[in-house]
Design a protein around this ligand. Structure first.
Ligand SMILES: [Zn+2]
Ligand SMILES: [Zn+2]
Length: 183
């Protein structure tokens, strides 16, 4: 049995939250974690009770959808609403935070940002994170999943060989495995 890592677990949570996004321009999820516990989550969405971009189309000004609150902001605001301290916490986001979210993350006292995908990484956001001593680390989500799937598939092939599967069938499965997991 292979246990998934904490990083993978929290990043999976953010990807799950991203599926709740109501803006079609970018689906983003964010999970705030303290002491290996999830304290808040957010996704790209409208204010509570507001219309959704998926129903009404985006409200675009200067090439940005202004209707939605970003996932990171929503997660931080959730903490404010329910009185949960964010000082010293970590955040897992599906995409590198925009400049506005970067500033909010720093001000909330969040010490580390894990992100799955680079997304128009703003040089000023990178600079601000560095200045504030907020660490950023890429945790590629898909590849880790694929790695685990590949490992599992390899183990199953070994087991099938041990169980005496005819070699021509084994060769065919091996070929399919390599096709599936080649980079
Ligand atoms: Zn939108
Ligand atoms: Zn943002």
């Amino acid at each position: 049995m292979t246990r998934i890592s904490w990083n993978h677990y929290f990043m999976a949570q953010s990807h799950l939250l991203a599926l709740r996004s109501t803006c079609t321009r970018l689906t983003v999820g964010a999970t705030i974690v303290r002491d290996k516990r999830i304290i808040a989550g957010g996704y790209n969405g409208s204010i509570t009770g507001g219309v959704h971009c998926v129903d009404e189309g985006c409200y675009v000004i200067d090439n940005h959808c202004v209707r939605t609150i970003h996932a990171e902001m929503n997660a931080i605001i959730q903490c404010a609403k329910f009185g949960v301290p964010t000082d010293g916490a970590e955040i897992y986001v599906t995409h590198f935070p925009c400049l506005q979210c970067c500033k909010a993350i720093i001000q909330a006292g969040i010490r580390k940002v894990y992100f799955a995908e680079n997304y128009k990484n703003h040089p000023y956001a990178i600079e601000l994170f560095q200045q504030a001593g907020v660490e950023t680390e890429q945790v590629p989500f898909e590849s880790e999943t694929k790695e685990e799937e590949s490992r599992l598939s390899s183990e199953m092939l070994v087991k099938l060989e041990e169980l005496g599967l005819p070699s021509e069938e084994l060769i065919e499965l091996q070929r399919q495995h390599e096709n599936l997991f080649k980079e």
